[in-house]
Write a new protein. Structure first.
Length: 108
């Protein structure tokens, strides 16, 4: 048996196949979520996330993400960030106001 055939057989071991399937699945999920997202909500989310990153940098937080839908139509999106202790903070960030930064969300 030559070296090429040995390499092919070693690649198709169950563990390697399982890892390849997981990687392909993750890539497909990310691609589909990006393709299925409404372009308007993508623009809104990206704008709010830019403001979230600026706010997080100024307050030594780790920006996580923002929702893509303004559920109460007030011009602010719900966002999340982590503090230095690893606790999740809930914020609101504007997407169409010239507001300089995000604000902490009131607990409901």
């Amino acid at each position: 048996m030559n070296k090429t055939q040995q390499n092919i057989k070693s690649f198709f071991k169950p563990v390697n196949v399982l890892i390849a399937v997981i990687i392909i699945t993750v890539i497909l999920i990310i691609a589909l979520s990006n393709l299925l997202e409404n372009p308007d909500s993508r623009q809104i989310r990206q704008t709010a996330e830019k403001k979230l990153r600026l706010f997080a940098r100024g307050y030594s937080l780790n920006a996580i993400n923002c929702e893509g839908i303004d559920k109460n139509n007030n011009g602010w999106l719900n966002c999340r960030a982590d503090d230095r202790k690893g606790q999740t903070l809930y914020l609101e960030c504007p997407y169409n106001f010239p507001e300089p930064e995000c604000r902490y969300r009131e607990k409901n």
